[in-house]
Design a protein around this ligand. Structure first.
Ligand SMILES: *[C@@H]1O[C@H](CO)[C@@H](O)[C@H](O)[C@H]1NC(C)=O
Ligand SMILES: *[C@@H]1O[C@H](CO)[C@@H](O)[C@H](O)[C@H]1NC(C)=O
Ligand SMILES: *[C@@H]1O[C@H](CO)[C@@H](O)[C@H](O)[C@H]1NC(C)=O
Length: 410
């Protein structure tokens, strides 16, 4: 009875390589275009809420889901972590950037996958004001934080394709009819309906029938960040979703826009140039400016970029640049060697689709992933090409920035 099927795990581990998934994602893109054109008159605020759940119950994606459920011989069970990513905790009123929140969401999705439960997704994601140049955020000071949060957030299904996610981890939104039904059923069932857990291990939730038989598990995750629940894993086999999982689950209209732009770019290479927040310095007690990434300001300037990427990207190539550098023309000297392209070249495609910077970032990421040669700012994996040899992870050691060509990396 309480034998949760381990079998389905290996099958689900490589979502991106499944031909079925590919087929579904192609049809999802087609559906995406349908939505794009059929709802082009509706704007940001009137994004159809029930769209994803309505499609998911009837589309081909439910085939695999229901066979999983049948193989266990039991009805669906649910996992809830709260109504906002990284909340309860210190991130309730504010929030971190998209990458940080994605790590948290991915951690929760992995737990749902491990427990073979449907994950209840927050229906909105908070947008960090510094990442939202499009959003209009008025901080009058008299606003209560709840209002400010609502103004600085966007619908989760305007970022992600919930059907596509559900092919790997079934999800519902916490403003859906299903969720309200689950909640009322859980209250009727008493002890078998709902359990609150905090600090309980994943294995316990899976093996102990006190938890495994309960319809709804409500976890209070670490108040630091949801992803802390995935931090101290003993072994690698518990990592069930790759980093690239959520980026590739972008909402269909975002994938549609990225595909159009990729089509126009043709055969291209790409660089992601992180400046902005990453090159910030702070003065030490002697008034000397110091940085967590001492070579980054140098390494992300066009003349240094050109020297660095010359061995990977031959002249004449189309080079797509994604950057948070806001100075107009900052990279233009690279145009002597490359055909430069930015998202700003494709505003006619993006303007009707993009409502905030998280969406723009998601489209940019898909374009970056599609490049023949992609050079990141920092090296994150052994096989990565990078503009800088500085460590992305450094959060403690503040050093004096270097601007000269001192130590040329090979
Ligand atoms: C989940 O647990 C938290 C903390 O105990 C509580 O505040 C919240 O209301 C619970 N939510 C549900 C849906 O049970
Ligand atoms: C390692 O992870 C697997 C899969 O999550 C789990 O079954 C196993 O108990 C873990 N081993 C240890 C030593 O934590
Ligand atoms: C993109 O726009 C810039 C001017 O902002 C122009 O120099 C460049 O050629 C354009 N690139 C493409 C691929 O159209």
């Amino acid at each position: 009875m309480a034998t949760f099927p381990r079998i389905s795990k290996s099958k689900q581990q490589k979502p991106t390589r499944s031909p079925i998934l590919l087929l579904i994602s192609i049809s999802a893109i087609a559906i995406g275009f349908f939505w794009l054109f059929s709802s082009s008159s509706s704007s940001s605020s009137s994004f159809p809420l029930s769209k994803a759940s309505a499609v998911s119950s009837s589309s081909s994606s439910s085939k695999k889901k229901s066979s999983d459920a049948e193989s266990g011989g039991m009805e669906k069970k649910y996992l809830y972590w709260g109504d906002r990513v990284d909340c309860p905790g210190k991130h309730c009123a504010s929030c971190e950037g998209l990458g940080h929140q994605e790590s948290s969401l991915r951690c929760a999705l992995e737990e749902a996958l491990f427990l073979n439960r449907v994950f209840v997704m927050p229906s909105r994601m908070c947008i960090n004001p510094i990442h939202n140049k499009k959003g209009i955020l008025h901080h009058s000071g008299t606003e209560i934080s709840e209002e400010r949060w609502a103004a600085g957030s966007c619908a989760m299904d305007s970022l992600y394709d919930l059907d596509l996610i559900s092919n790997t981890v079934p999800v519902i939104l916490d403003n859906s009819k299903v969720w309200h039904r689950v909640l009322s059923t859980s209250l009727k069932l008493g002890e078998r309906g709902l359990t609150h857990v905090e600090g309980t291990s994943r294995n316990d939730l899976k093996m102990n029938s006190l938890y495994s038989n309960v319809l709804l598990i409500n976890r209070t995750a670490s108040p630091l960040s949801w992803f802390m629940e995935c931090k101290d894993r003993k072994n690698h086999s518990s990592i069930m979703l790759p980093y690239s999982f959520l980026p590739t689950m972008a909402a269909s209209k975002l994938r549609g826009a990225a595909d159009k732009i990729k089509g126009l770019l043709g055969d291209y290479d790409a660089i992601h140039v992180r400046r902005g927040d990453k090159i910030k310095t702070r003065k030490d007690r002697h008034g000397v400016a110091r940085s967590l990434h001492p070579h980054l300001d140098r390494d992300t300037r066009p003349e240094f970029i050109q020297r660095r990427i010359a061995k990977w990207i031959p002249p004449g190539r189309t080079l797509f640049i994604a950057s948070n550098e806001r100075k107009p023309g900052f990279f233009s000297t690279l145009s002597t060697r490359y055909k430069l392209a930015y998202t700003s070249n494709y505003s006619s495609i993006l303007d009707p689709v993009i409502e905030n910077n998280y969406q723009l970032f998601m489209v940019e990421r898909l374009i970056l992933f599609g490049a023949k040669t992609f050079v990141k700012t920092f090296k994150e994996d052994d096989n990565d090409l990078s503009l800088s040899d500085d460590s992305k992870k450094n959060t403690k050691i503040w050093q004096i920035p270097v601007y000269t060509m001192d130590e040329e990396g090979s």
